[in-house]
Design a protein around this ligand. Structure first.
Ligand SMILES: [Zn+2]
Length: 98
């Protein structure tokens, strides 16, 4: 059974991108909760780094990821962000932080 940590990007005082009536922190939380519910229905173990509109420091975010299922290679971590754009028009980015 898969162990998955879903990180809803930003939160609390950190809104992330804002535009066109969309606030990134709200959308990442909504998407993350949907993903968590669906993955649980499919049998995965899922933990969210946040399930409310709260501010997380980078250290606290990493701590929550590591505390979810331990620091091992069998944990999938998904961090949701809705990038506002930039010179590179690719619509995704890979982060290898942990
Ligand atoms: Zn973001």
């Amino acid at each position: 059974m898969a162990n998955i940590v879903i990180d809803a990007g930003h939160g609390g005082t950190d809104s992330g991108a804002v535009g066109n009536g969309i606030i990134e922190k709200d959308l990442t939380l909504k998407i993350s909760k949907y993903m968590a519910d669906r993955l649980k229905q499919l049998g995965a173990n899922v933990t969210l780094t946040r399930d409310t509109d709260e501010t997380l420091t980078p250290d606290e975010r990493v701590k929550r990821v590591l505390n979810a299922y331990g620091n091992n290679k069998d944990v999938l971590v998904i961090s949701n962000h809705i990038n506002a754009g930039g010179p590179d028009t690719s619509n995704y980015e890979w982060l290898n932080l942990i």
